[in-house]
Design a protein around this ligand. Structure first.
Ligand SMILES: [Zn+2]
Length: 451
């Protein structure tokens, strides 16, 4: 048993506690309260004091692609054209990177997350095993969503399903208490209607969580509603047999039956009021990725509309190609600021709400709120300490504001998952930072040559 205390403890599910503490035993939270009370009740328990800091639940990054970390910054000159970016990225990933490269890329991403206070990832992997192993070997919690291949034609639905289920079978055998497996039909335009139907069945039968990129861009909405656009040209060019459903993205997913699986929908930047209603009514969730949306110029997702509609929303950094940082405090800050710019008439996103999005909201979005996302007795001890000692953070008039509007990943000083300290004061015990640094540089030069 150990007692962690700090100037501020933020359970997130209840108001912040000044001079608070968290009692941890066997990987779980036993009690949360004032440091003085906890000391008095448990006088023999060793105390770990984080002076001038805040203790809060670990961040839940509910939409990432850890395996793409090594592509950071590589295609930034193509960003104005999302469709060409996606095609170029897929080529580079398939042609230039070996399995070992992908594995190290995912590992680097997982360690970057740990240092930034992420304790749980909702990670999507085309090479699912890489992200899965990275989460397991670093001690993180998460759901690895195995992604489908490019498969928009009905004719291949059976073989597409068989290929996916084979990968899922292998991953499931290696599941742990902390790391689970789900499926990710990539998007409404890369998965056939027949495959969506089969995947909805498989999700129900096997209890697999589902995540889908949805309503992300104008090009996607154009293609699906039959108004042409870039994706339509590509489909034509490659002779893909695919008929536009004549519906908007979320409407289409609803009619394809996949919303019945209450999937986690990534982006939803272009969701209109009817689509938001469909998401809310189906109990589907949203991975809000404000920085990725902005970087591609996709626009500002209607965050306050999502929240007003009662949808469970978490934050995702998306991949390091499209962000380029895994910094959940920056993501929360950007979410609040972008929402305020986009719609001054809607409700202002408060720092407390932004912080909830980055923690409990993500846990809810991943269906893991019973286990993680807030500091409550009985939940796993997934928590972090963030320093507020820098003069530039002071004075701390409002701790939620100090964290969301004045802090960043570099202020995280300790990350604990299930009671185990996985990062402290710049070090992840057991991680070979020098080897990874060399590998990132080496793979990076190879990718540059391949461009
Ligand atoms: Zn994504």
């Amino acid at each position: 048993m150990r007692l962690l205390t700090a100037d501020h403890v933020l359970p997130v599910s209840s108001p912040p506690i000044e001079d608070g503490g968290v009692l941890v035993s066997e990987g779980r939270i036993l009690a949360v309260g004032s440091a003085a009370d906890l000391r008095q009740d448990h006088p023999d328990v060793p105390e770990d004091r984080f002076a001038g800091s805040a203790i809060l639940p670990g961040f839940v990054n509910c939409h990432s692609h850890l395996e793409l970390t090594v592509l950071r910054g590589l295609l930034d000159d193509l960003d104005h054209d999302f469709a060409s970016w996606l095609i170029r990225l897929t080529q580079l990933r398939a042609e230039t990177l070996s399995d070992e490269d992908i594995a190290d890329s995912a590992l680097a991403g997982a360690l970057e997350g740990l240092k930034a206070g992420v304790t749980c990832f909702g990670d999507i992997g085309r090479w699912g095993l890489a992200g899965f192993e990275a989460l397991k070997s670093t001690g993180l919690r998460g759901v690895l969503f195995q992604e489908t291949e490019f498969s928009p034609e009905n004719a291949t639905a059976e073989s597409d399903l068989a290929a996916l289920l084979e990968k899922i079978g292998t991953l499931r055998e290696a599941e742990t208490e902390k790391v689970k497996v789900g499926i990710s039909p990539h998007s409404p335009y890369t998965v056939s209607p027949a495959l969506f139907e089969r995947l909805a069945e498989a999700s129900r039968e096997k209890g697999l969580k589902v995540t889908i990129h949805a309503a992300e861009s104008d090009a996607e909405q154009e293609l699906l509603t039959g108004r042409g656009g870039f994706f339509a040209k590509i489909f034509e060019q490659y002779g893909v047999r695919w008929t536009p459903p004549g519906k908007r993205s979320i409407e289409y997913l609803s009619s394809a039956g996949i919303l019945d699986t209450t999937p986690l929908l990534a982006h939803c930047t272009k969701a209109d009021e009817n689509e938001i209603r469909l998401i809310a009514e189906s109990g589907s969730k949203i991975a809000h990725c404000p920085k990725s949306n902005a970087k591609f110029g996709h626009g500002v997702a209607p965050l306050s509309r999502f929240l007003v509609s009662g949808i469970e929303v978490g934050l995702g950094t998306d991949s390091m190609v499209s962000n380029n940082l895994c910094d959940m405090l920056e993501e929360a800050r950007f979410a609040a600021l972008a929402a305020r710019i986009a719609s001054a008439s809607d409700r202002f996103i408060q720092p407390s709400e932004a912080l909830k999005l980055a923690t409990l909201g993500g846990a809810e979005a991943l269906g893991l709120a019973g286990e993680t996302g807030s500091l409550e007795p009985g939940k796993a001890a997934d928590l972090i300490a963030v320093s507020l000692r820098e003069v530039s953070r002071l004075p701390v008039n409002d701790v939620e504001s100090a964290l969301v509007f004045a802090s960043g990943a570099g202020d995280v000083e300790m990350t604990m998952v299930a009671g185990e300290v996985l990062y402290r004061d710049g070090e992840c015990p057991g991680a070979d930072a020098d080897r990874l640094r060399a590998r990132m540089n080496e793979i990076g030069s190879r990718l540059k040559e391949a461009l």
